[in-house]
Write a protein that binds this ligand. Structure first.
Ligand SMILES: NC(=O)c1ccc[n+]([C@@H]2O[C@H](COP(=O)([O-])OP(=O)(O)OC[C@H]3O[C@@H](n4cnc5c(N)ncnc54)[C@H](O)[C@@H]3O)[C@@H](O)[C@H]2O)c1
Length: 473
């Protein structure tokens, strides 16, 4: 099929590459010229494992092109994906200006030569399916006033569930594909588009193996509104699950239980499941906070308070502060202290810093008069470029980060941080304090290496008296 994907960010680039890998002819469009130029050179505008490899395979398989010319791409396509950003406004509402511009331009570029499907992949407030349809109609009416009746199109909502860091695998081997549409012709086009994914009929690309036992990907068809709601409900649930683990961890600390043990204990219950139960310094990223706020906003518009959603959001805000509190407990005074942040990206295997806990923690520490250093294997360049206001000293190595520092704080659980020589780091520091914001280390091993260690929800064996005894002996 001839496909256009509008927006070459985290979602659009991966979607375009994967659809082309499946054999479709894809044109990716962005209004940002620098992103398109990078893609034309074969470079990915974002850090995402296996994406550049997929772009190369895409060129060989179905064919993939990159352009800023939306009209030309839409005119030649049967399916047009919208994957533009929907960032939050100060009120919590989703900013729909990019979506609106894209939908109008799509309408203006259509003609009567074929039936087209406009697929919304951006996360948009419930009801936006109809909004997209109305805006496409506006675009048609403005550009072709006499041909409104002849220009045929359908609208589908196809929410995206990929996770940054494993976006290629998530796109090729999805847990489910959700398509919301109100007419059979549109649904038929979407079923045809996703046939290779549903049947898993393609050969897995090198490095991105098919999960064992995966034979098909379920395709769930729903109403437009349900599809939009599924995206919000899924993110709200995941955010709540992590928030729950964090709240339990905070209680564990007080009563002397070990949060990882408790979470393993509840995660083995098949009704609960083990994933997304790691206590830590809180979730971040471009989606959870924004989507919870947008859902709260929608609920309020309908006179509903959304108390559970509000609590999930607040628990997470407090959790970021927990790291500062632990540093205060260990060092007492933070003014003038040197704190090294291990990791900046909101999660491993991405360079995405949107709503990253590291930014909040760094800003708070700087405000309190601490000196902040940071090391991240991938996200330092992005942080320098996007957050020049944060007076962080960027370090080339973890050794440089630790040298003469007063504390290290692990914020992003990059794989390389699991392999650190903790003893060497501890010896190079002024005071060897380690706040493990993701519970990556074994407390006993960190203490044996010479660290005064604090994890999240691990006070039973690792904080207070026992740590002091370990340090004294
Ligand atoms: N990032 C994720 O992990 C993720 C996961 C699921 C869903 N989503 C949703 O998908 C959507 C896109 O997210 P993202 O992270 O890829 O955003 P992004 O900011 O990385 O990318 C959006 C791109 O759209 C481009 N754009 C904006 N207006 C345009 C226009 N009129 N014409 C052409 N290009 C235009 C921007 O230049 C940018 O490159 C959002 O609604 C988000 O909530 C994101």
């Amino acid at each position: 099929m001839q496909i256009t994907v509008i927006g070459t960010g985290y979602v659009g680039t991966v979607t375009g590459a994967c659809l082309s890998f499946l054999g479709h002819q894809v044109t990716c469009v962005d209004s940002d010229v620098s992103k398109i130029e990078k893609l034309q050179r074969g470079e990915s505008p974002i850090y995402e494992p296996y994406l550049e490899q997929m772009l190369t395979l895409a060129t060989e398989r179905g064919g993939i092109a990159f352009t800023t010319n939306l009209a030309e791409a839409v005119a030649a396509s049967e399916v047009i994906f919208i994957a533009v950003g929907t960032p939050p406004l100060p009120s919590g509402e989703a900013n729909l200006e990019y979506l609106e511009a894209a939908a109008r331009s799509i309408g203006a570029a259509m003609d009567e030569t074929r039936f087209r499907v406009v697929v919304n992949k951006s996360t948009v407030p419930v009801g936006s399916g109809n909004l997209v349809e109305a805006l496409v109609r506006d675009g048609i009416a403005e550009a072709h006033p006499g041909k409104r009746a002849q220009i045929r199109f359908g609208v589908a909502s196809n929410p995206e569930f990929l996770r940054e860091g494993s976006a290629v695998a998530d796109s090729l081997y999805p847990d489910r594909i959700v398509v919301g549409a109100s007419d059979e012709q549109t649904l038929g086009v979407m079923r045809e588009l996703y046939r290779p994914l549903v049947a898993q009929s393609f050969e897995a690309p090198a490095g991105v193996p098919r999960p064992r036992g995966m034979e098909r990907a379920p395709l769930l068809t729903t109403s437009l509104t349900s599809a939009e709601m599924i995206k919000y409900a899924a993110n709200a649930f995941l955010a709540m699950k992590i928030g729950f683990a964090n709240e339990m961890a905070n209680i564990c600390e007080r009563v002397g239980a070990e949060a990882p043990e408790v979470m393993t204990g509840i995660g083995l219950d098949s009704r609960i499941g083990a994933k997304f139960l790691n206590a830590g310094a809180g979730w971040g990223g471009s989606c959870f906070g924004k989507d919870i706020q947008a859902l709260l906003h929608t609920a309020r518009e309908y006179g509903y308070a959304g108390k559970l959603l509000q609590a999930s959001y607040e628990v997470n805000c407090d959790q970021r502060q927990m790291v500062i509190q632990k540093l205060q407990e260990k060092l007492r005074i933070l003014k003038g202290r040197t704190i090294g942040l291990l990791g900046l990206a909101f999660k491993p295997d991405t360079d995405d810093l949107r709503d990253a806990p590291s930014l909040h923690i760094a800003a708070r520490l700087l405000q309190m008069g601490a000196r902040v250093r940071a090391y991240d294997p991938i996200a330092m360049a992005a942080c320098r470029a996007q957050h020049g206001d944060l007076k962080i000293r960027y370090c080339e190595t973890v050794d440089e980060l630790a040298a003469d520092a007063d504390a290290l704080v692990l914020i992003t659980e990059w794989a390389e941080f699991r392999e650190l020589d903790l003893g060497r780091l501890a010896r190079s520091m002024t005071t060897a304090v380690l706040v493990d914001g993701r519970n990556v280390y074994q407390p006993e091993a960190a203490m044996a290496a010479g660290f005064d260690y604090a994890g999240i929800g691990r006070s039973g064996r690792t904080n207070g008296r026992q740590v002091k005894l370990a340090a004294a002996s």
